[in-house]
Design a protein around this ligand. Structure first.
Ligand code: BEZ
Length: 325
């Protein structure tokens, strides 16, 4: 009996060793943002640290600017195992798990540091825990982009200036609902298409952030920058669930630790990035207008009513956010 147990044990150990990755592995990582964007830079430094700490067992090849397709396509590739890793917007995850949409509640946080605290809290972390079962991917951690604002090709005096205007939005429901309640005509469009759409008048304005306005040269096509900081814009580091299943506990722990570290660093970096981008944009012809929640008058309440029905975690997130400094 003892011998049989030992043989079965040996066979099991051999199977685990066979199924876990033993030789060097190049991890392919996709992003929708350009190579100069802070997310791409974070992915590159993550890859360097992973290669060093795994003694060359893991390396990371970065595919920015949607080279591997849209975020929806990259998500599918992660699910089939055709792609190993991606840094995807929480917007794309909202298209799979509606509750992620609560992270985009207007004025849930006022700056990127608060965003970091909220995303490290229990409700945001519990959303990550749902990814394996509901999407077949594993969430390694959150990062952030700059706070959202509007760049318009027309003057803006008050919220009524947006009435009927075609505003480019990232293709997902929370931001479409936001512009709908503002009386604008939200026009869903992925990031790589934005410059041309603004240049050829397909849209009258865009929902974006300071980094995109500067690095994609969108300021060349705008007239007013409504510096509203109305939403945070989280990114999630993902790894294919199929690949994850083949990794040893030790490899999983290393990848998870290094990915989280480089994603979380974005919370600190964006305060400086936002200040630097704003200073550059202020030197252009663009008219920068500061705006807070009062600019939107009673419209924010309408968004809240819609999303309290759509998402069961919004109320919890608001409670956690109320406690932030
Ligand atoms: C956007 O759709 O506006 C977006 C996508 C990725 C990063 C930042 C913004």
């Amino acid at each position: 009996m003892k011998l049989r147990t030992r043989i079965i044990g040996t066979l099991l150990a051999a199977t685990v060793a066979f199924s876990s990755i033993a030789s060097a592995k190049e991890l392919r990582l996709g992003l929708i943002v350009p190579g100069s964007h802070a997310w791409s830079i974070a992915a590159t430094s993550m890859g360097e640290e992973l290669e060093e700490r795994s003694d060359g067992k893991f390396s990371v090849s970065i595919f920015p600017a949607g080279q591997l397709g849209s975020e929806a396509q990259m998500m599918q590739q992660l699910q089939t195992g055709a792609l190993d890793m991606a840094f995807l917007t929480a917007a794309e995850l909202t298209n799979r798990i509606t509750d992620f949409g609560a992270l985009f509640a207007p004025y849930l946080v006022t700056n990127v540091e608060q965003a970091g605290e909220l995303l490290s809290g229990p409700t945001a972390q519990s959303l990550l825990n749902r990814l394996p079962r509901e999407t077949g991917t594993v969430g390694l951690g959150y990062g952030i982009a700059a706070m959202r604002l509007m760049l318009t090709a027309f003057p803006v005096d008050n919220v009524d200036s947006l009435n009927g205007r075609k505003i480019r939005v990232t293709p997902f429901a929370p931001v479409q609902d936001f512009y709908q309640v503002l009386g604008a005509a939200p026009t869903p469009m992925p990031l790589p298409a934005v410059y041309d759409a603004l240049a050829n008048g397909q849209v009258d304005g865009i929902d974006a952030d300071l980094e995109l306005v500067w690095k994609l040269k969108l300021y060349e096509r705008g007239e007013t920058l409504l510096y509203s900081r109305h939403m945070m814009f989280p990114v999630v580091g993902l790894i294919s669930g199929r690949l994850w299943a083949q990794l040893s506990e030790e490899d999983r722990a290393l990848i998870a630790e290094v990915a989280k570290k480089h994603l979380n660093r974005l919370f600190d970096q964006y305060t400086e990035i936002e200040a630097r981008m704003l200073a550059k944009i202020q030197k252009t012809e663009i008219n920068v207008i500061e705006a807070g929640p009062e600019f939107f008058e009673g419209k924010l309440k309408q968004w809240e009513d819609i999303w309290l029905k759509k998402s069961s975690v919004l109320a919890d997130l608001r409670r956690e956010a109320d406690k932030l400094e």
